[in-house]
Design a binder for this molecule. Sequence first.
Ligand code: UGA
Length: 455
Amino acid sequence: MTGGPKECRRRAEPAPGTMRVTILGTGYVGLVTGLSLCALGHRVTCIDVDTARISMLQQGAIPFFEPGLDSALGDAMDVGLIRFDSDMSMLEDEEADIVFVCVGTPGTTGGATDLSQVADAVKTYANHVRSPSVLAVKSTVPVGTTRWIENYLTGRGLGDSVSAVSNPEFLREGMALLDAANPARIVIGASRPWALEVMERLYRNVDAPILCVSPEEAELIKYASNAFLALRLSYVNTLADFCEHWGADIRRVASGMGMDPRIGHAFLRAGLGFGGSCLPKDVRSLAEQYHRVGLGSGLLLETLQVNGARVERAMAKLRQSLGDLSGKRVALLGLAFKPGTDDIRESQSMRLLTALTSEGCRVRAYDPRAVSRARAHSPDATYTQSARDACTGCDAVVVATEWPEFRELPWDQIIRAMKGRAILDCRNFLNGKELTRWGAHYLGMGIALDGMDSS
Ligand code: UGA
């Protein structure tokens, strides 16, 4: 093929402003991206090799919990803007303006990123694309991957009609639709002006700054942002331990730091540390990428090390309070890696569950959303129908994920129904003074129960 995209086969113009989008991968990022684009009026086809998942989606069911996603799917289906298919050759008929790569990029044991699903998606695209389009990479991929894809497409003789861009995603689980509709920024890493123009058209009705950078810079912005958030958390967690030494309260210290507009308040909540499918994996991958180019990654490795030690820190507190943990009955409230999701991937709360059971505790665990995933992962614990059920008759309660409803529990009654008195609040979010008044032995992660109110 020679010349620019204009030389390719033309197609009927869709309604003004509407673009045709195909999404490869119907995981978290793919579905949220697809439904957010439908909300902007674009026509979206989601393709996935997982036939069971596709038939579930075709029936209007979302395979995981994310607030608002099921009604967004219903809305998109009602107006006929979304379709699901498991046949990759659909790409030939779709004549998409943009094909998004939203497949998984899991970490490997050494921290490197497994790009096999991305490679499959790119090959599929190259085999089936029939019209000019942009291949937009939303999956988090190591720096240099988008350039590599662009070169691969050129090598396949497609370089004049298609182009790869990096368009990283910054949405948070639990807030995904809100984040996708109101992004702080849209980052587009394109090497060809026409591809950038196509991407800008897609987002023209989104009220957010568009940052046009090189593909490498776009990929870096994604890793650097997640790693920086992780670094902040490990920093504040080491501070929490130091606060304990001085009888200071990390919540007041973090609040004082955050008042400096150069610092800000976000991601300064100390506690059990960070988990999820992104932060830990991305820090490990970035460290491995530094290593590969001969740069030291000590800061990143320390971030992970500090985070890993949070679970043991919580265990030590519990031992201090209960003595030998073997045979103790412990209620564990919260299993998801954070509130608002049923996701337990790399959840610190799940790690705590494992630590408790391997030390011989009889764990009774509860989470508003994540119990069935947790049971499949750790069948040894007992899972209860309610937080109250978990706590009744136990020696200690450990709150590991800060679901807002845990704050609202009838703690006076729960404390009376416990056998012991220890409540370990790994997220520093319960009202410790009130719990203490009701007879609990309340423990946090770097907090002080003095006269000053910080809960
Ligand atoms: C993270 C990023 O925040 C998103 O911007 C990014 O798009 C996403 O990864 C991704 O790469 O896909 P997410 O994994 O949903 O989003 O989780 P976060 O909200 O970042 O929370 C990560 C962890 O940090 C959680 O375990 C949370 O409990 C913990 N955290 C967060 C704290 O311990 N303290 C805080 O102050 C904030």
